[in-house]
Design a protein. Structure first.
Length: 174
């Protein structure tokens, strides 16, 4: 969305920089609507999710990155983003060229129509917690990020570990 608001001066447009807006829970679409009304450039990547409720299937449009909206706001007008109490904070993007490259990659992925999921980046040796399933509450260490789902449950007393295949959806980085 271009800067077409009558409140913006040419100097403000040149002074604008990209920010990651950390929104309050389930406020991403409301905040995007506010940005549209203010005339600020913004990006809210969304994906379509199918949910089954008994025999019915519903399609929902959900943010790809829950809790985040990307926006380009002039420095002098940053306070306008806080006017409806929809965001927690604005985080300035330090490396805009890398950010824009990654944002374009996300656009291309979404435009492809392929099913998309957001997953944490698991690194070898990273501590994780199992958040659902029969092992809920247990902690482990990522064995091999190239084979997601391999988590080692440690037994320190024996200096041994048990490798368990756990879906990445059931894991949270500690």
């Amino acid at each position: 969305m271009p800067f077409d608001s009558p409140n913006l001066q040419d100097a403000d447009i040149l002074d604008a920089c990209w920010h990651v807006a950390h929104t309050k829970p389930r406020c991403e679409k409301k905040f995007a609507a506010l940005l549209t009304a203010e005339g600020f450039t913004h990006e809210l990547p969304v994906t379509r999710v199918q949910r089954r409720y008994g025999v019915r299937i519903r399609v929902h449009v959900k943010p790809l990155f829950p809790g985040y909206v990307f926006t380009r706001v002039p420095v002098a007008l940053r306070s306008r983003c806080y006017q409806q109490n929809l965001i927690v904070r604005l985080i300035e993007v330090t490396d805009e060229s890398t950010f824009l490259t990654q944002l374009e990659a996300v656009r291309r992925v979404l435009a492809s129509g392929l099913e998309t999921f957001v997953r944490p980046l698991f690194a070898k040796g990273r501590m994780v917690q199992v958040v659902s399933g029969p092992l809920r509450g247990m902690h482990g260490v990522v064995d091999d990020p190239d084979r997601p789902g391999g988590v080692i449950i440690m037994m320190d007393a024996l200096q041994q570990g048990v490798l368990v295949k756990i879906p990445a959806l059931d894991l949270r980085v500690v």
